[in-house]
Design a protein around this ligand. Structure first.
Ligand code: 6GU
Length: 225
């Protein structure tokens, strides 16, 4: 898989891809992540990328030409399965969308800023608009990192224990059960005894029961359909 991210703030994306699981996935060649600085496509000597909005009103709007030129430049090299715009008024991201996108070959992600981008880019070029929840971020970069992380960790070989992504919260519409490690007792607080018995069928049953209990308590909406 290859992910191209277009942003006016490329530095914001350095650390999410420069550490831990995502870094290793990139080093192993399981995914390529390319961050493109929109300023490189800015207009004139000041490399302008935003301007006042038609009709008046506070806040700058990201201009059509730098974005168009950047996207066209990338499209010359390869076809993209989706050209995604990160925006709080997009479709709410969830595990189903992550699973769907993890099967794609080439994704492009455009991060917005300020008041957003010229609507003509959204109408003519963007194929998918994603929000990561009902709150407003200063820009799309952190959201793009969230979406990329959730997609990349689903690529086979990215997680060491390949099966572990399957047991994540949400993967079967259940929250994950509680987990424990040594010591078996600390401060008088004990690990549930079943987990120390070595009776694995029973342990699986216990975990499933715990997952259902936790989901009923915390996210009954997940059990509705
Ligand atoms: Cl994708 N962008 C911004 N700016 N804010 C958000 C968001 C995206 N998702 C939730 N809030």
């Amino acid at each position: 898989m290859r992910i191209d991210i277009i942003t006016a703030l490329p530095k914001l994306l350095e650390s999410p891809f420069g550490d831990s699981i995502l870094k290793r996935a990139i080093q192993r060649g399981l995914v390529e992540v390319h961050v493109h600085d929109l300023k490189d496509y800015g207009l004139g000597k000041h490399r302008q990328i935003d301007d006042y909005q038609f009709g008046g009103g506070a806040g700058m709007v990201m201009m059509i030409e730098p974005i168009f030129n950047c996207i066209e430049n990338l499209k010359k090299e390869r076809d993209y399965d989706e050209i995604i715009y990160m925006t709080p008024d997009g479709k709410r991201f969830d595990q189903r969308i992550a699973n769907h996108l993890s099967l794609k070959g080439n994704l492009m992600i455009l991060c917005g800023h300020y008041k957003g981008i010229d609507q003509r880019i959204r109408d003519q070029i963007i194929t998918m608009e994603i929000s990561i929840g009902d709150y407003v971020l200063s820009g799309g970069e952190l959201a793009a990192a969230v979406v990329s992380d959730s997609i990349i960790r689903l690529i086979p070989g990215v997680l060491n224990d390949e099966s572990s992504a399957l047991f994540d919260s949400f993967q079967d519409d259940l929250l994950a059960p509680p987990v424990y490690t040594r010591p078996a007792e600390f401060n008088g607080w004990k690990v549930p005894e079943i987990l120390t018995t070595g009776n694995f069928p029973k342990i699986d049953d216990w975990r499933h029961d715990q997952a259902i209990k936790r989901t009923e308590e915390r996210r009954p909406d997940l059990l509705e359909d």
